[in-house]
Design a protein around this ligand. Structure first.
Ligand code: NMX
Ligand code: MLT
Length: 472
């Protein structure tokens, strides 16, 4: 009975999506796949001319429409709220959170194909959705899994480049070094050197992005095995999907961990274009740097503690709470610890956001995963307690715009539960996932012929004079 109820809910959502596809301009081409075409690249090729025309029309008909006013606060305040970039694959609403091609995370969990019944979405399905705006069938996702697997061989020089670093180097440094070493095989760079028309730019970009996405799990898992285990690589298992294979190569084969990895890689993939990693990837790509160069730059932004490194910081912080106060921590002790952190000049990692003004839905779906699979885990219980303790304290500070938890507040305790306890590795997992969003947009950047990014900067003197003249 529950199964049929589930089916009805899914078909209701599907029919809603089809309706929206015809009624909403923004998701005009979001519709369920009816074709049996299993080749992602040829699907993309078919839709590119239509999207190029759409962009041309937008420019010619509405190019001079104002999108808002820029004020001095925005220039001095990290460009918050300033619209400045086209990003097709996802859109972030401050209250509701992320939508991938119009679909919220719970909607993706309902309609994207899964490996097990009622399981978590397969990230290959999200990649298909981000690239095409269409929800793929299970057959299409399986074909994409196989395609990625066939692209995943790593040249020996990549491991040698990583081995040249001391194993004490931060895992993100080792991972980014691996990505730079993969760049040696860039199809885009080779084709550009030979000479190719602009209309063809997207083709080697597609090959580079798919190759790069495919090759990141073996490289990332080598970094893990080298730093934290015996340094021996675990071979891919050809029967597994992308995320499950990643978990397997790291050394974790518990079916629940495979499910966690599918969820993890899906939800971290994309968060519209303005976040530090996505924006960096897009900016560097706009110079026609190839996808490896662009993504390595993005990873360097992700490695900052205010961005992707926060997942590492959260678990280390939670462990330091327990170390100092013991595992039976009371609410008062927890409050005291949060205040101590703030008074020492540090931020509470995992809380706050540059855009979101509510609990991150990526936090919520991880909490649901924990309630289903590890409700008695002591660190999960601590994370739940923090959800009650931290927001009122951050609100009391009076300056924090969003006191609610973000994605990083939850991910570490889930990984830790299944034995992946090395917090310094966590941002690498985020990085592997983010390649899916940044890579998808880079392909569209080239397909749409987006230009070099070059905003205007000004000096303090320029601003002072401008404001003086305005007031006069
Ligand atoms: N703990 C303490 N202070 C905070 C926090 C926090 N979690 N969040 C914001 N603030 C402070 C912030 O440092 C700033 O102080 P000041 O004016 O003295 O410089 C003030 O509140 C106003 O900041 P906001 O406008 O609310 O936030 P902003 O957009 O500048 O920054 C973050 C957003 C995410 C950088 C910030 O909330 C933060 O540092 N959070 C903790 C780190 C974190 O979890 N980062 C991960 C974000 C998600 N991701 O994966 O990338
Ligand atoms: C992200 O996933 O990139 C983070 O939540 C940061 C952001 O969106 O600014």
């Amino acid at each position: 009975m529950a199964f049929f109820r589930g089916l009805t809910a899914v078909s209701r959502l599907r029919s809603r999506l089809t309706q929206e596809a015809t009624t909403l301009g923004g998701v005009r081409w979001l519709q369920m796949q009816s074709t049996s075409d299993l080749d992602l690249r040829s699907q993309l090729q078919e839709m590119i001319p239509e999207q190029q025309d759409r962009l041309k029309k937008l420019k010619s008909e509405h190019g001079k429409v104002q999108l808002g006013n820029i004020n001095v606060d925005m220039v001095l305040g990290g460009m918050r709220g300033m619209i400045g970039m086209l990003w097709e694959t996802s859109l972030l609403d401050p209250e509701e959170g992320i939508r991938f091609r119009g679909l919220s995370i719970p909607e993706c969990q309902k309609v994207l194909p899964t490996a097990v019944k009622d399981g978590e979405p397969l990230p290959e399905g999200l990649l298909w959705l981000l690239l095409t705006g269409k929800v793929p069938t299970k057959e299409q996702v399986d074909a994409l899994s196989k395609d990625l697997l066939s692209r995943s061989k790593i040249p020996d020089h990549v491991y040698a480049a990583i081995d040249a670093l001391p194993s004490s180097a931060h895992p993100m440094t080792q991972f980014t070094t691996g990505v730079m070493a993969l760049q040696v095989d860039s199809e885009f760079q080779k084709a550009y050197e030979k000479g190719m028309p602009k209309s063809k730019f997207w083709e080697p970009t597609y090959e580079d992005c798919l190759n790069m996405i495919a090759r990141l799990p073996p490289v990332a898992s080598y970094v893990y095995r080298r730093v934290f285990k015996d340094g021996k690589r675990i071979a891919t298992d050809n029967a597994l999907d992308y995320a499950a294979n990643f978990s397997h190569m790291l050394g974790f084969d518990d079916p629940k961990m495979l499910e966690l990895m599918r969820l993890y890689v899906t939800i971290h993939a994309d968060h519209e274009g303005g976040n530090v990693s996505a924006h960096t990837g897009h900016l560097v790509g706009s110079a026609l740097s190839d996808p490896y160069l662009s993504f390595a730059a993005a990873l360097n932004g992700l490695a900052g503690p205010l961005h992707g490194l926060a997942n590492q910081e959260v678990l280390l912080w939670i462990k330091s709470v327990i170390e100092e106060t013991g595992s039976d921590i009371t609410t008062d002790q927890l409050k005291e610890y949060v205040w101590k952190t703030l008074k020492s000049g540090k931020v509470v990692p995992g809380y706050g956001h540059g855009v979101l003004r509510q609990t991150d839905p990526r936090y919520t779906c991880q909490r649901e995963f924990a309630l289903k699979h590890l409700p008695e885990d002591p660190l999960f219980k601590l994370v739940s307690k923090l959800y009650e303790v931290v927001p009122p304290i951050l609100t009391e500070l009076g300056k924090v715009k969003n006191p609610w938890p973000n994605v990083d507040a939850h991910s570490g305790v889930l990984l830790n539960h299944f034995g992946l306890s090395e917090a310094r590795y966590y941002t690498v997992l985020f990085g592997v996932s983010r390649s899916i969003g940044i890579g998808s947009q880079l392909i569209w950047d080239r397909a749409l012929g987006l230009p070099l990014e070059r905003p205007k900067s000004v000096t303090m003197e320029w601003l002072e004079n401008y404001c003086k003249n305005k007031a006069a």
